[in-house]
Design a protein around this ligand. Structure first.
Ligand SMILES: Cc1cc2nc3c(=O)[nH]c(=O)nc-3n(C[C@H](O)[C@H](O)[C@H](O)COP(=O)(O)OP(=O)(O)OC[C@H]3O[C@@H](n4cnc5c(N)ncnc54)[C@H](O)[C@@H]3O)c2cc1C
Length: 394
């Protein structure tokens, strides 16, 4: 305990000394987070915050030191997170490297792949994207058709991926390809790491209803990928693909913690609906807000328990579907209630007639529609929960 108290004090002192003051303001938008990578330039204070934290390995606090991580124990990582929260500090880095491919490589990667790929993730030098979905393979992912044919020390890839989030900004992709065309559909899949700069890779952004373009179509035409970039074994990619989805689903649910005080439902409801005796005036709105906040508190506590389990070495299994399902459905309820409370202000798109928070509410509401699709739809999560968590018959 004394050690932990000393660690807490030193951590707090270090954070206060090294964090740029601008990193202590709430995030207005998740896109303001630093995603790292070779293709994006960040403001000087964001880059400095990344650099000082990465230097200590605190962008990936529990990863082993030999791969650039902080080597912190579970208890120390909790202290660090707590001190950052108290100082209202932003995470220095986010992205699919830290949340998806990094954890998978730690579990399943060869020593060479770990040494090559984990340190640049910790330092935010390489940004990753996920090449799973194809035009004919979404929920039924194992039907994927992107071909990889062996040619000496390389595979030659041909095919198309779709809905590839941030493919236009990413440096590397973790990709599922078909390497055995005779095997069962789950049996012929290989998990590969591919440099996006490889000749034959082209990317076309897709524009969304929310106005943004966070994902792309990715086309592969005679792309050479070295065989040494296989994670696990050739034709053994399916269990790894599922393990990574476990990390992804927990991460997606984790994102839906409230992140901005000015956006808090209660504050917005008080302002727009009015107050009586310190309570939101309209009993129906009050009831809906209370329900969302109670459900959120339950989710946050359950996620905190799962995070503790993960730090103790428990791998996310099919129960991550519960988080994914509940977190994304709850987020949709929250966003849609926000728009209801804002009334006409909640359906603005642009222009001087709307406050910035109102415009953000509209866009957040539209973006939340995709949350129940990405990482596997709600229907698919319910199927997994029924079969693999509850053990119900097919
Ligand atoms: C915002 C966003 C970001 C994404 N980012 C990525 C990414 O970075 N990389 C990537 O590879 N993919 C990404 N995706 C793709 C995503 O994983 C797929 O959209 C998703 O798996 C669903 O596949 P689909 O779109 O082909 O729909 P389909 O599989 O065609 O499903 C259509 C409908 O049928 C339902 N359905 C299908 N099968 C069943 C079943 N067995 N039982 C009950 N209902 C069923 C589905 O629930 C859905 O409502 C992203 C998607 C979104 C929305």
């Amino acid at each position: 305990m004394a050690d932990l108290d000393t660690f807490r004090e030193e951590t707090r002192r270090w954070l206060v000394e090294h964090a740029p003051p601008s990193m202590r303001t709430p995030l207005r938008n998740p896109d303001d987070l630093c995603w790292g990578g070779r293709k994006t330039r960040y403001p000087a204070d964001v880059q400095r915050w990344l650099d000082v934290m990465a230097e200590r390995g605190w962008t990936a606090p529990t990863w082993p030191r030999e791969y650039g991580g902080g080597g912190l124990s579970r208890a120390e990582a909790k202290v660090l997170a707590g001190e950052m929260a108290k100082l209202r500090l932003r995470p220095p880095l986010t992205g699919f490297g830290l949340t998806m491919i990094g954890p998978l490589l730690l579990q399943e990667g060869s020593e060479d792949l770990k040494r090559e790929h984990l340190p640049p993730i910790v330092r935010g030098q390489i940004r990753w994207c996920q090449g799973y979905s194809e035009p004919g393979a979404g929920s039924d992912l194992a039907s994927l058709q992107t071909k990889a044919v062996r040619d000496g020390d390389d595979f030659i890839l041909n095919g198309q991926k779709v809905w590839t989030s941030y493919a236009d900004k990413a440096d590397w992709m973790f990709i599922l390809v078909r390497t055995d065309f005779e095997a069962s559909k789950h049996g012929g899949i290989t998990f590969l790491l591919m440099d996006m700069e490889t000749p034959g890779v082209s990317v076309r952004p897709i524009k969304l209803i929310s106005g943004s373009s966070p994902f792309c179509e990715t086309f592969l035409s005679d792309v050479h990928v070295p065989v040494r970039n296989v994670v696990g074994r050739i034709n053994g990619g399916w269990p790894l693909a599922k393990a990574l989805l476990g990390h992804e689903r927990t991460m997606i649910a984790d994102v839906f913690k409230e992140r901005d005080d000015s956006q808090r439902l209660i504050a917005v409801a008080r302002r727009h609906v009015g107050e009586v005796d310190g309570r939101v005036a309209d009993p129906v709105v009050r009831d809906r807000v209370a329900q969302v906040e109670m459900d959120q508190a339950c989710l946050d506590l359950t996620l905190a328990r799962a995070r503790d389990g993960a730090k103790a070495g428990h791998r996310p299994g099919p129960e991550s579907s519960i988080f994914k399902y509940y977190g994304t459905e709850l987020n949709q309820r929250r966003r849609s209630l926000m728009v209801d409370i804002l009334g006409p202000g909640g359906i603005g798109w642009e222009g001087p007639g709307f406050e910035e928070a109102e415009l953000r509410a509209t866009r957040d509401w539209l973006r939340s529609r995709g949350n129940t699709i990405e990482g596997g739809t709600s229907e698919i999560q319910l199927n997994i929960i029924a079969k693999r968590v509850l053990g119900l018959p097919d």
